[in-house]
Design a protein. Structure first.
Length: 78
C-alpha cells in the first residue's frame, strides 16, 4: 500500500483544539421587562393548560362503581 507524503488538506482541524481566540463575543443584551413578562405568561399558560386538562380529564379516568346494576330487595329474597 502506498503512502502519500503530502500533508492532509484539513490538517488544521487537528490543531483546532490548541487554538485559542483572543476575540471575546459581545455581551448578551438584557431582556426587556415586556419580554420577561411574556415568557412568564407563556409558561404560566402552558402549566395552567396542563393542570386544567388533568382536572377535566380526571372523571374520565376514575372507575365508576355506580354503573353496576343495583339488585332489588325482591331478587335477594327479602
Amino acid at each position: 500500500m502506498l503512502r502519500r507524503r503530502e500533508p492532509v488538506p484539513f490538517a488544521f482541524l487537528a490543531e483546532a483544539d490548541r487554538f485559542r481566540s483572543n476575540v471575546t463575543p459581545p455581551p448578551r443584551e438584557r431582556s426587556s421587562f415586556g419580554q420577561m413578562a411574556g415568557r412568564w405568561l407563556l409558561g404560566l399558560t402552558i402549566v395552567a393548560a396542563l393542570v386544567g386538562s388533568l382536572v377535566i380529564g380526571m372523571p374520565a379516568l376514575t372507575v365508576d362503581h355506580t354503573s353496576q346494576t343495583p339488585q332489588s330487595q325482591a331478587s335477594q329474597g327479602h
